[in-house]
Design a protein around this ligand. Sequence first.
Ligand code: CTP
Ligand code: MG
Length: 221
Amino acid sequence: MFVVAAGRGERLGAALPKAFVALRGEPLVSHAVRRLRASGVFDELVVAAPAEEVDRCVELFAAARVVPGGSTRQESVRNALAAIPSAVEVVLVHDAARPLVSAEVVRRVHDAARRHGAAMAAIPVTDTLKAVASDGTITATAHRESLWMAQTPQGFHTELLRQAHDAAARDGVEATDDAALVERLGHPVRVVEGSRTNLKITVPEDLAIAEALLAGGLIGD
Ligand code: CTP
Ligand code: MG
């Protein structure tokens, strides 16, 4: 299992890197790791941390391998890949920015990844999506029925994820998730049901929503 926690959190705008911002007194990355571990589907954990937080992560996650992250998410995943023992056949990648992930979603992704080689959690889009030109006028309306919002975890046969990252590095391609790199190899990626409560903390309002979900008892352990 990889947890990528090396982003700056520019859009959240906190004093700390986002993964270390507290939710109910506990850093986001600790919530994520605790919940991922509760799934029981993996033994090896690699955490990609901002350089200045590597020591803290070593303390927080004694059993994990901690690697310094890169300047992009993709580079952080590459650094984690270099640290995973080659005997690990299936690897899941999760964003520390999704602290409320459930064990059920983790297991679903893991099962599908083992079976199909590549899988990810996603949820159907509920809003109507518009393409908007720079002058503020709409140029197209998307067909919502076929659109899903990508989440993490995303899971892969380790060798396939390595190939995808090697190809992307060779071709100079940068993507915001790992599935996109596997897709461009022509390998199908299965979608499994994610969860609305597996939200990504991006802006301050998201932290407030996460707090409210926890306070309202809407998140299981
Ligand atoms: N991430 C990472 N290394 C990077 C950039 C991002 O490990 N160089 C991680 C983040 O820590 C986060 C996940 O990738 O858990 C998803 O990224 P995002 O939500 O964009 O987080 P940030 O990049 O930290 O936020 P922002 O884009 O607002 O700066
Ligand atoms: Mg980012």
